[in-house]
Design a protein around this ligand. Structure first.
Ligand SMILES: [Zn+2]
Length: 174
């Protein structure tokens, strides 16, 4: 497991069907929109210390990408439902999340969700039978989320669902 922060925009995929959500953020001196908690601009790396920290509303930029073990890329501009039958999830039916079908007998019909919350990428176990596991960068041990539990993904974190794996790549180092 290697921590990975990709260059901004490296894997940016146009998503015409996902309207960008409005979030509170701050602009760096070069007018890049950032997480209010960022110490450095995620785009140009300039220090944010001298900036006024009054958050304003703006369109949330793509927070990174989740890459599946088969190379499928999920641009983090929207929520996702992962499972054997993700279309049965209410969030998919309502258009709030995109379905990601994982064909594996150990994967539940609706197994887990990736949810964007403000500037955070959260992994949520959807009460799966066989569990959702995460491996922190720099470690080799897998940790099971409590059923229905969630956690904020960190750059380079790997996720195991049944025999499938995915990894979160952030455009932001934090
Ligand atoms: Zn900047």
């Amino acid at each position: 497991v290697t921590a990975a922060a990709l260059p901004v925009g490296a894997l940016e995929v146009p998503e015409p069907f996902a309207p960008r959500q409005q979030v509170l953020g701050v602009y760096c001196k070069n007018s890049h929109f950032n997480d209010p908690q960022a110490t450095y601009c995620a785009i140009c790396g300039i220090g944010m210390a001298q900036m006024t920290r009054v958050p304003v509303r703006g369109s949330r930029p793509q927070l990174g990408v989740v890459i599946l073990d088969d190379g499928t890329m999920l641009p983090l501009v929207r929520d996702y439902v992962l499972g054997r039958a993700p279309n049965t999830a209410a969030a998919v039916a309502s258009g709030q999340a995109a379905p990601v079908q994982l064909t594996d007998p150990l994967v539940s019909r609706v197994h887990a969700r990736v949810v964007l919350q403000g500037w955070e990428v959260r992994l949520v176990d959807a009460g799966s039978t066989n569990g959702t596991y995460v491996c922190r960068p720099g470690t080799s041990s897998w940790w099971r989320l409590p059923p229905g539990g969630s956690l904020a993904l960190r750059p380079g974190m790997a996720v195991a669902i049944g025999s499938r794996q995915l990894r979160y790549h952030s455009y932001r180092n934090r």
